[in-house]
Ligand binder design. Sequence first.
Ligand SMILES: [Zn+2]
Ligand SMILES: [Zn+2]
Length: 84
Amino acid sequence: MNVNVKERLCQVCGESKQIGRNFCAFTCESCKAFFRRTALKTIQLHCASNGKCEINVQTRRLCPKCRLKKISYEVKRITKFADN
Ligand SMILES: [Zn+2]
Ligand SMILES: [Zn+2]
């Protein structure tokens, strides 16, 4: 099976390095650590763009809310995919 370049990128922020075996290996270490830190907290996160931020390597620090949302979405997507 060929692994194309896209699959080596973090599915959340697009960073191409340090892909590990986290959540079926779809996030970088930074996003994994962020998710672990943030997902378990019940803090209110604010988004200046109504939850519509595009998350990439540059913006991932700017909006924790959208980053968390994107990670959660990917977790669900991958989990669903794994079930099938
Ligand atoms: Zn990432
Ligand atoms: Zn946002």
